[in-house]
Design a protein around this ligand. Structure first.
Ligand SMILES: C[S@@+](CC[C@H](N)C(=O)[O-])C[C@H]1O[C@@H](n2cnc3c(N)ncnc32)[C@H](O)[C@@H]1O
Ligand SMILES: O=C(O)C(=O)C[C@]1(C(=O)O)C=C[C@@H](O)C=C1
Length: 247
């Protein structure tokens, strides 16, 4: 994985453009996500551990919004069920190209890894195959809010009994004081990871139009409306959480 440090927002930008998963972001993405999302390495590795409990032989495992394939790599490290295959999908051409290179490198270092197909495409247009695990690691928050229920309903319909959706998201808090406190604590996390006040402020302007977090309660209600029977939070660090949703 690239070790290039994220300095994308270090210089004053004047008008800050909307955040996009373009070449510039791809180059620094491993550093950016680790320094921006509290608990990210723990979530990714344990997503593999959890997935191994839900994966069933001869089924598909999806990594939706796969970026550079960190979750796909964790699935391949942990899932041992026979005949499983990973389907990773992302609509950023730059992400997909680099993801394929990283997965080829993983292939050359380890034997007997699950086969993986990396698709450049829109999750909203995906025809799901019967799946035992669907991972969405910080991707739903970038889908237009009015399209989230329909997408989750289609995921629910593709999930086999005994399978699971593992959904990680940045959270919004319904109580204004709670939201302000958790936002301040997240800023403190970023500062402790070496981001300046300018970097933090410009990144916030860049993502505010493109990333719309929901509250935990909104997630729970929508997952139930999509047909899931149970929603279990398994991880939270500050305003970032990961949920298991059972069919
Ligand atoms: C925050 S990143 C995901 C991080 C990644 N899952 C990980 O754990 O390292 C969100 C990703 O979702 C992708 N994405 C956003 N909307 C999408 C869509 N409609 N279809 C496919 N991919 C999408 C973006 O291109 C981006 O790579
Ligand atoms: O920087 C932030 O505040 C974020 O919300 C982090 C976040 C995310 O949650 O996906 C936003 C965009 C980048 O992809 C990396 C991380």
């Amino acid at each position: 994985m690239s070790k290039e440090p994220d300095r994308l927002f270090a210089q004053p930008l004047g008008q800050v453009p909307d955040f996009a998963f373009n070449e510039d972001v791809v180059r620094v993405f491993p550093d950016m996500i680790k320094r921006s999302v509290p608990g990210y390495p723990t979530i990714v590795e344990n997503l593999g551990v959890l997935a191994a409990q839900f994966a069933q032989p001869n089924t598909a495992l999806y990594d939706l919004g796969s970026s550079l394939g960190a979750v796909t790599q964790a699935l391949r490290r942990h899932v041992r069920s026979d005949g499983c295959r990973v389907i990773a999908i992302d609509n950023s051409a730059a992400m997909v190209e680099r993801c394929r290179q990283y997965l080829n490198a993983q292939d050359s270092m380890f034997q007997e890894l699950l086969p993986v197909e990396v698709i450049e495409g829109d999750i909203l247009a995906l025809e799901f195959q019967p799946a035992s695990v669907v991972a969405m690691n910080f991707t739903l928050q970038f889908i237009a809010p009015e399209q989230r229920l329909e997408l989750l309903t289609r995921i629910r319909q593709a999930l086999l009994p005994g399978g699971a959706l593992i959904l990680s998201e940045k959270l919004r808090f319904e109580d204004a004081d709670e939201h302000a406190l958790l936002t301040d604590l997240h800023v403190a996390f970023k500062r402790a990871n070496g981001y300046s006040e300018l970097e933090i402020a410009q990144k916030r302007s860049a993502i505010e139009n493109v990333m719309k977090p929901d509250s935990l309660e909104e997630h729970r209600q929508r997952l139930l409306a999509a047909g899931f029977s149970k929603v279990l939070p398994w991880f939270q660090c500050l305003n970032f959480a990961s949920l298991i949703a059972l069919p």
